[in-house]
Design a binder for this molecule. Structure first.
Ligand code: NMX
Ligand code: MLT
Length: 441
């Protein structure tokens, strides 16, 4: 059986000529046009990035390597007696494009297990943070601290052939992914459990071990598998993936790149929205004295939030124009496992009242919920009530997809990213010239 790395190398060798051919024969073929609205408006919809790891369709949602999430959950190998697939199988799929066999997935389980050990100095850095620090700040700093372990940085300094960049990056990527559950759970125990924690169990898969580290019993292992898989990737234009790619394009190593992506994820319009949803729900909960609001009361609360000039967290999306399939997957899990949870009843009611209100307000292009609207309620139900921590959980999953992207960026020799900016004067001149042309027709 070929190892993951050997399989990946075969795929890289097959893919390199495709990119070389496109660059040689078709480099000046037009892919897209860009308008003033897009230049000012955050480049929405501009087709200017390439990735084969995942693709996001506005109506259908995300596909990983061509597979819908439903197919991913159905086809990836599962631990014996479990419904949710091994995260290690997803790592194999994202890197190679192939669904692994049970044996291949378990080879990755072993690879991850043997790379788990965290150097002592990382615990010391985490311990040195004040306990009022946000967990995302500590998470990002812990990853940065690990940078001295980078093979890529060492090999680059010693003089490395370009064709070998992917190999050192792959080693860094697997080493970092393997250490993230330990980093995250150590931060959790320090901030919220007075340092009390379980030690890693190398006989468990990555998500099973995470549940064990968090000291939460079954089915939290299944929650962790589901969570890491659905958060892994969302094509390349979202802020965390784009930041990871941008920083890596300077040949910064995986540790520097993933710490940067974590910082992008920590914004309330992106990954932090999962924390914001719970904060916002707690506000209603307190206002209602714990009772489930009526539909009218909930509508009023949503309007009050909008009228205060704030967004409804967990709703809307820059690309999606339908309910996020990642929302549905978590909703299905919630209906099966926590339908009586009072907070789930809030989330359920919001699904009914928010979209018509956002439509009536007429601003949001997508009135439907995204994945963040459901994440927190599941964590809350299983005892992770410290909602500041939720974006760290997002970060573990997202690191898997971005690492796969960066390994491939290096394998295909993608260059430094450096778009061009213009001034307001220039845009006004372009606008005036176009308007003059239009009026003289
Ligand atoms: N609540 C209220 N207003 C909204 C919402 C919402 N959930 N979504 C969009 N709008 C507003 C938006 O603020 C903008 O207003 P203005 O013209 O005054 O600036 C207007 O609608 C048009 O925005 P869109 O083009 O629909 O959305 P855009 O692509 O700019 O932003 C989000 C996408 C996701 C940032 C936006 O929908 C939002 O702020 N949602 C709430 C935060 C959230 O859930 N983020 C998580 C996204 C998923 N993730 O994990 O990253
Ligand atoms: C994501 O998963 O990154 C979010 O849905 C945001 C996005 O795709 O823009």
């Amino acid at each position: 059986m070929a190892t993951l790395k050997e399989r990946l190398y075969e795929k890289i060798q097959l893919h390199r000529p495709r990119i070389e051919k496109l660059m040689k024969n078709s480099a000046d073929v037009v892919v897209d046009e860009i308008t003033i609205g897009q230049v000012i408006g955050g480049m929405r919809g501009v087709k200017s990035l390439i990735t084969d790891i995942s693709y996001l369709d506005p109506e259908e949602g995300i596909r990983y390597r061509g597979y819908t999430l439903e197919e991913v959950f159905e086809k990836l190998p599962k631990p014996k007696g479990k419904e949710m697939p091994l995260v290690e199988g997803l790592i194999f799929l994202l890197l190679t494009g192939d669904i692994p066999t049970q044996e291949e997935a378990y080879e990755v389980v072993d690879e991850i297990a043997k790379r788990r050990i965290l150097p002592r100095y990382v615990y010391e850095v985490i311990d040195s943070f004040p306990s009022c620090s946000h967990p995302m700040t500590i998470f990002s700093s812990a990853i940065m601290t690990l940078q001295r372990e980078s093979f890529f940085a060492k090999k680059y300094a010693a003089g490395m052939n370009k064709m070998e960049y992917w190999d050192a990056t792959y080693e860094d990527a697997l080493n970092l992914i393997a250490k993230l559950p330990e980093i995250a759970s150590y931060i959790y125990s320090k901030l919220y459990r007075e340092g009390q924690r379980n030690y890693s169990n190398p006989s468990l898969d990555m998500a099973g071990n995470f549940a064990h580290l968090m000291n939460i019993s079954e089915p939290y292992d299944e929650v962790a598998r589901l969570h890491f898989i659905i958060h892994a990737d969302h094509e390349s234009g979202n802020v965390s993936a784009h930041t990871g790619h941008l920083v890596a394009s300077t040949l910064s190593d995986i540790y520097l790149s993933i710490a940067s992506m974590v910082n992008g994820l920590a914004g309330p319009l992106h990954g932090l929205a999962n924390q914001e949803v719970l904060r916002w729900l707690q506000e209603i909960h307190d206002k209602m004295g714990g009772k489930v609001p009526t539909e009218e009361e909930m509508k009023q609360y949503v309007w009050d939030t909008l009228n205060a000039g704030q967004v409804i967290p967990g709703y809307g999306h820059a690309v999606l124009r339908k309910t996020d399939p990642r929302y549905f997957i978590q909703r299905e899990f919630s209906l099966k496992n926590l339908s009586d949870d009072p907070l789930f009843k809030y989330v359920d009611l919001l699904y009914k009242v928010v979209p018509p209100i956002l439509k009536e307000q007429g601003k949001a292009k997508n009135p439907w919920p995204n994945l963040d609207a459901q994440t927190g309620v599941i964590q809350w139900h299983y005892g992770v009530k410290e909602y500041d921590f939720y974006t760290v959980l997002f970060g573990i999953g997202r690191a898997i997809g971005i690492c796969a992207n960066i390994v491939w960026d290096r394998a295909l020799g993608f260059p430094l990213e450096r778009p061009k900016s213009v001034t307001t004067d220039m845009l006004e001149a372009i606008a005036n010239a176009t308007n003059v042309r239009k009026s003289s027709k």
